[in-house]
Design a protein around this ligand. Structure first.
Ligand code: HEM
Length: 312
């Protein structure tokens, strides 16, 4: 290293250091969620236990609870970093309350923390599987936990057959799309920008995975409602970002004033904006109507197999 960086180049190491306070806050939030979930298990109000009655023991299943807690902090940080990203790329306010440089810094540090939290969520799930399969040899336990957690299509029980590959998709896309920023000088700013916008797919997959598989949002009730409510600002900001992007070149000119864009390109981009407008309406309809896919909580505990979430 000669100490001189090209203009605009930010080394990963500097951002990792800058992310430390943010990561510390994320650990504190994870700990609070972990305590909350353990308390619900002890007090007999845990939705996880309602779905899987054999889990009624926070001392034995603490790694599962910690995995859930990392999942929630990961999702919260993903929400925050996506909101920051959309504020940066959407319409620019006349007199911003926070400088652009500060927003950019927060966006970068919160996205690094998000990746770490997602990974911790998956690793704690794998650790729980290693603990659980006590009758196997160590090699078999490690392999089966690794494959169930990280190999798409391997996990073959209940809703996890669909929900786990969706979570894996989010994780595996998040890492390259988040880290490409640090090799932007090699791949070119335009290529980076084109790829980075797909990061919204990571967020959508994360929310989908949670709504499908999270036992704490399995049944009707406030946790599931809050999760849906949080999607309203994201959907609205995404629509604003598409309709009034910060970069002039990304604006959709009125028909007849096209500058180089083909009719097909214009139609595709227009259709994309309409689709996001439809998503905003759909999310609002879910929140207002309360039809959010939550199941009614049964009076009797369902008969379930370990990690089989199909016990409705
Ligand atoms: C390798 C990838 C992943 C695996 C193997 C995985 C595994 C799981 C499992 C087994 C559950 C069910 C826990 C329960 O009983 O509630 C779950 C729930 C959840 N996951 Fe993931 N996940 C992955 C990726 C992700 C990602 C990328 C996110 C985004 C932050 C995420 C966020 C969540 C959340 C918030 C829950 C709900 C936990 C609860 O209900 O308390 N997961 N995941």
């Amino acid at each position: 290293m000669n100490g001189r960086q090209p203009v605009g180049r930010v080394p990963l190491r500097a951002d990792l250091r800058a992310a430390l306070p943010d990561a510390a806050a994320a650990v504190a939030v994870t700990a609070a969620v972990f305590l909350f979930l353990s308390f619900r298990m002890r007090s007999g109000t845990s939705a996880t236990v309602a779905v899987m009655p054999f889990m009624d023991d926070p001392r034995t299943y603490w790694m599962y609870l910690l995995s859930q807690a990392f999942g929630w902090s990961g999702l919260l940080w993903a929400w925050g970093t996506v909101v920051l990203g959309l504020l940066l790329s959407g319409p620019r306010p006349g007199r911003p309350a926070v400088s652009r440089a500060a927003l950019e810094r927060w966006h970068r540090t919160t996205s690094l923390t998000t990746m770490a939290l997602m990974l911790a969520h998956a690793l704690m799930f794998a650790a729980e599987l290693v603990r659980y399969e006590a009758t196997m040899t160590w090699a078999a336990r490690l392999w089966s936990a690794f494959a169930d957690t990280f190999v798409p299509g391997w996990y073959d029980s209940g809703t996890g057959r669909t929900a786990i590959p969706i979570g894996q998709g989010a994780l595996y896309l998040a890492l390259p799309l988040g880290l490409l920023f640090y090799v932007r000088h090699r791949i070119g700013a335009n290529t980076w920008r084109r790829l980075h916008r797909f990061v919204i797919v990571v967020y959508v997959l994360s929310v989908w995975h949670t709504l499908l598989y999270g036992t704490n949002v399995w049944y009707d009730g406030w946790p599931r409602t809050v999760l849906w409510l949080l999607q309203v600002p994201v959907a609205v900001l995404l629509l604003l970002r598409l309709v009034r992007p910060a970069r002039r070149a990304e604006r959709l000119e009125a028909p007849g004033r096209w500058t180089g864009a083909s009719a097909l390109g214009w139609t595709t981009r227009g259709a994309g904006r309409l689709a996001v407008a439809a998503v905003v309406v759909a999310v609002l309809a879910v929140v207002v109507s309360g039809h959010d896919g939550g199941r009614p909580r049964p009076a009797e505990p369902p008969a379930t197999a370990p990690h089989d979430h199909d016990g409705e």
